[in-house]
Design a protein around this ligand. Structure first.
Ligand SMILES: *Cc1c(COP(=O)(O)O)cnc(C)c1O
Length: 377
């Protein structure tokens, strides 16, 4: 080392800025962490949360349930979250007329953790997804050391089924991800299309992971009904979006019991805390209350879409609680910055020319519409 070279210069030799002494895996060195910007004191319409806080009554029920749990924090939680899985099975059966049991359910800290547990168990061969879609799928694929294969969509962001089927038979992935309604585009797959993908992935001895994070906002029936016929089909759901429970971190998979048994191997022991299990069980007892705002949010989505179109923006049809749109006077990045200056945070999803806005409360949506109208003039 020459005497005038600073430590900082030494370290900046790595393009991502990792210090040279850090033994980070070489296949991770070029990755960036998942990061939606977090800002205080803004109208946050950037992470597809449900904008309505929990009711006082529900909060009180959770506090009551937490009492005995807190006294027992000296003990590990139920490793298999049996009661919570039973309640999730009952919720799914009530919503979809299915006949699943807790043996069909895996639950973890958000559906992101469910996806990671699945990728750890089944990601030995390639992992395929169809972009643009949820950016965490390729991130998890790479983090678990699998090879990520990027399938393509049509220019209007719908899935090209024929291309998808040939990509599956060409790459023979052990996992294929499909998100419906898709994030960030809001586009939808029919149940028949999901079934075609399930057949194609079975032919290459792979699993089809149907990410249904936004299912409650969609008119299309859940793929849960296909699991009995296609044991290689796994539906991943979350309580973070429609269920207004993002802060609690609860996601789950509905799958054949063999898939769940494999998750038992790759999950961390005692992964889901006693508190989380307790309050999620209370939330499921109040499912209808927590989901009561879904109808309002979907009607607000249609209202925002109509208003944006009327202003001259081009809006992608959405079956979810967000909208992707383009048509900014200057660039999408400039429009995003102008909105932040006005205290409104939406999402730059890195798709050329487009931004994505989550549906907020009617008041928040009006603020967003007023601000975005000004950007067309
Ligand atoms: C938000 C989101 C998730 C993650 O949800 P968590 O349960 O909060 O981890 C998973 N998939 C998609 C497509 C999402 O948009």
């Amino acid at each position: 080392m020459s005497s005038n070279s600073s430590g900082a210069n030494q370290e900046s030799q790595n393009p991502k800025g990792w210090p040279s002494w850090l033994p980070i895996r070489s296949d991770l060195a070029s990755l960036t962490p998942y990061g939606a910007p977090q800002m205080g004191d803004v109208v946050a319409l950037n992470t597809n949360e449900n904008p309505f806080p929990l009711s006082e009554e529900l909060v009180n029920s959770m506090l009551q349930a937490l009492g005995p749990v807190l006294h027992n924090l000296n003990r590990y939680p139920d490793r298999d979250a049996a009661l919570l899985r039973e309640k999730l099975a009952a919720y799914i059966n009530t919503s979809h007329g299915s006949q699943i049991t807790k043996e069909n359910i895996w639950v973890a800290n958000g559906s992101n953790e469910v996806i990671q547990t699945l990728a750890l168990a089944f990601g030995e061969r390639k992992i395929l997804g169809f972009t643009p879609s949820y950016s965490v799928h390729p991130l998890i694929a790479r983090v678990v050391g699998s090879i990520w294969v990027e399938g393509k969509r049509n220019p209007d962001f719908t899935l090209n089924l024929k291309t998808a089927l040939s990509e599956i038979s060409e790459h023979k992935p052990s996992l294929t991800f499909i998100t419906t309604p898709n994030n960030p585009t809001g586009t939808l797959l029919s149940l028949n299309e999901v079934e075609e993908l399930a057949k194609a992935t079975a032919l290459v001895s792979g699993l089809l992971i149907v990410d249904e994070a936004y299912e409650e906002f969609s008119v299309e029936p859940s793929a849960v009904s296909l699991i009995a016929k296609y044991p290689n089909l796994v539906v991943v759901r979350t309580m973070s979006k429609a269920f207004a429970f993002a802060g609690a971190r609860v996601g789950y998979a509905v799958a054949n019991p063999s898939v769940v048994n494999a998750c038992l191997v790759t999950r961390l022991p005692y992964h889901l805390s006693s508190q989380t299990q307790a309050i999620a069980s209370v939330a499921l007892d109040h499912a209808s209350e927590l989901l009561a705002q879904v109808a309002l949010l979907t009607s607000e989505r249609e209202l925002i879409a109509a208003e944006l179109s009327r202003m001259g923006y081009e809006v992608v049809a959405s079956s979810s609680n967000f909208l992707m749109f383009k048509g900014f006077k200057e660039s999408a990045t400039k429009a995003w910055e102008d909105l932040v200056d006005q205290g409104i945070l939406i999402r730059d999803i890195g798709i050329d020319g487009y931004l994505r806005v989550s549906v907020g409360t009617p008041k928040e949506n009006q603020r967003f519409l007023a601000a975005i109208a000004a950007l067309r003039q």
